[in-house]
Design a protein around this ligand. Sequence first.
Ligand SMILES: Nc1ncnc2c1ncn2[C@@H]1O[C@H](COP(=O)(O)OP(=O)(O)OP(=O)(O)O)[C@@H](O)[C@H]1O
Ligand SMILES: [Mg+2]
Length: 331
Amino acid sequence: MNLGVTNSSPGLHRERETHGGIQVEGLTKRYGGVHALDGLDLSAPEGQVLGLLGPNGAGKSTLVRILATLLKPDGGRASVCGFDVVRDPQAVRRAVGVAGQYAAVDEYLTARENLNIFGLLARMGKQAARSRAEELIERFDLGHAADRPARTYSGGMRRRLDLAVALIAGPRCLFLDEPTTGLDPRARVEVWAVLGDLVRQGTTALVTTQYLEEADQFADLITVIDQGREIATGKPAELKDRVGGDHLDLAVRRAADLPAAVSALAAAGLPDPKPDPGTLCVTAVLPGGTSRMTEVLRRLDGAGVEVADITVRRPTLDDVFFALTGKADEG
Ligand SMILES: Nc1ncnc2c1ncn2[C@@H]1O[C@H](COP(=O)(O)OP(=O)(O)OP(=O)(O)O)[C@@H](O)[C@H]1O
Ligand SMILES: [Mg+2]
């Protein structure tokens, strides 16, 4: 990104101080012998949603906690809305909202009480806190339960309340740590819709997830991390292209058919089909998507392969990992 600042060395990133989004450079954090963050670089332009994708233990929550000033890094730099998280934590706190795996909501208070208190904590006036609470109760469809203690909520309602609390003070920058984990499909779509609204209003967001499909739904840009390091960044479509697009999963009935199945897929133009004798499955990238399926089925039939199941699916995080690192995700 070019903000019109001349940079004699591209490694210096001098524009950082004036950048409104999120900038992370060489960030490190260790827990004993574990490098939770190991020189992490990433950035989210102002007003955009960055999807942070990575397996269990990749360092996603550690990064969110550092950006939210709940945790101090060991080294490197991070800035949010132009404020350094170590030098200027107060300013960062005023600018951000967080909802995460460690939610701030008080279980024994109602949604209305929680929202009111967080409004007051954010130094809103009494009246402003109250009307903001009502607005969020309405927006997150919590009206029917707003006077019940949060501990009686379903998982989806709890998550909606977490999000509402994160939004109380109209943050310029929002960190959401796995906001949709455990939600049913309808609640997920609602969370994405709220995210979309916010970003249209100019809020920058960093949203962690373990699912490429999900990041694809809401992110302008995706950064994939593993073992505390960035391993790929791009628009969702770019990452999918790097992974090779749609995938085909073929299950055969007889182990003896596996080699013939591999040959048939290769003959149909699928590069490097991978057989798994344990599950009697063959997986391959499907160039051109479903349009190639007629050819695949013709070849399999011609080779006398007995097909138990055949599915075409979008690439998953596992596929991204495999393509980027050459190894399966063991996280
Ligand atoms: N308080 C802690 N003490 C010791 N180790 C920790 C602590 N917090 C995190 N870790 C370790 O740091 C690494 C990164 O953890 P982190 O929670 O940031 O990963 P994550 O990407 O959020 O994973 P998940 O998808 O499971 O939420 C892991 O190896 C984890 O075990
Ligand atoms: Mg986590």
